[in-house]
Design a protein around this ligand. Structure first.
Ligand code: SF4
Length: 320
């Protein structure tokens, strides 16, 4: 990979809870290259969304706090920026599409006004220019009759159209990095497919980079260049898509891939046994050891570190 456009180094994000302080993201390191799509996968509660919000500077403090690490965008550590400086980056150079458009769009403003606001803030456009750019953005994401759609309120649109509006809002300032958090979860299968194709097309057209958060390995196989697997707040493996799908090294990645149906295959699906541990009650040593069929004494006693080897990263005692 050429020098990554976004480099996350040893990032740790904690939350104060009634049961004590938990590390929702623990010592995460990841790289996103120019033009790449990095998919972050893992079960619910593994820290994927907290990682994305940490990159965007959107962790509510309190109860959350980034306690360690760096988020380097073109070499500049975003964690050292003040609120005003970060606002200039957010929505402009880095943008995010949230999981549920109905809760992310403001229900009392017309969608045209919501898109225009970003342009007026970051690009200093006047009202007329911003409205024209908003119409162009809606056209770009495949919304028909954009001239009249700008007048709609979010509740007047279907789920698929609202997600397209979210994408238009995120892309309107041509960000270099787009973070999409489960962008297709709330949509039916045919619309999911259209939205994924749209994201991929737009990323290529803008020569941007996409950080895609998903629990769906089918989605990963279709659009990712590189994959990172998270488990209980930690990155346990990251590699190029082909390498990971051909030869998963971490037993958890292996388990995830074995539990996904493949077209034309009669192989039995094997679910990963057990459940993800609560962050307030993590097992000793390797966090995956109670579910791992390869676990041995060292796994129960000491936590493995994330090590880099041959362009891959792996956190497992079997690969040290
Ligand atoms: Fe399994 Fe041990 Fe590797 Fe953890 S460190 S994934 S328990 S083999």
């Amino acid at each position: 990979m050429t020098a990554p456009i976004l480099k996350i180094k040893n990032l740790t994000t904690c939350f104060a809870t009634h049961a004590g302080v938990v590390k929702a993201v623990d010592n995460a390191s990841l790289d996103l290259g120019q033009g790449e799509t990095l998919a972050i996968v893992g079960e619910s509660g593994c820290g994927k969304t907290v990682l994305a919000l940490s990159i965007m500077g959107l962790i509510p403090d309190p109860p959350g706090r980034i306690t360690e690490g760096q988020v380097l965008y073109r070499g500049q550590d975003l964690l050292l920026l003040n609120d005003k400086e970060m606002q200039k980056v957010r929505g402009n150079r880095l943008s995010m599409i949230f999981q549920e458009p109905m809760t992310s769009l403001n229900p009392v403003f017309r969608i045209g006004d919501q898109i225009s606001e970003t342009l007026r803030l970051h690009k200093k456009m006047d009202a007329r220019e911003a409205r024209e750019a908003a119409i162009e953005a809606l056209k770009l994401v495949g919304i028909t009759n954009p001239q009249s759609r700008v007048e709609n309120f979010p509740h007047e649109l279907s789920g698929g159209m609202r997600q397209r509006v979210m994408i238009a809002m995120a892309l309107v300032c041509s960000p270099e990095i787009l973070i999409a958090d489960e962008p297709t979860t709330a949509l039916d299968v045919t619309i999911q497919s259209q939205i994924l194709r749209l994201l991929d097309d737009l990323k290529k057209r803008m020569n941007g980079s996409l950080l895609l958060i998903t629990h769906d390995l089918g989605v990963v196989a279709r659009v990712a260049t590189r994959v990172a697997v998270m488990y209980a707040g930690q990155v346990v493996e990251s590699a190029l898509l082909g390498d990971m799908f051909k030869e998963p090294l971490h037993p958890y990645t292996h388990g995830l891939l074995a539990s996904v149906p493949r077209l034309g295959s009669r192989a039995e699906l094997i679910p990963v046994p057990g459940n993800v541990p609560a962050l307030t009650n993590l097992p000793s040593g390797c966090r995956f050891h109670p579910r791992c069929s390869h676990a041995f004494d060292l796994c129960r006693e000491q936590e493995p570190q994330l090590l880099e080897r041959d362009g891959r990263r792996i956190r497992c005692w079997l690969h040290t």
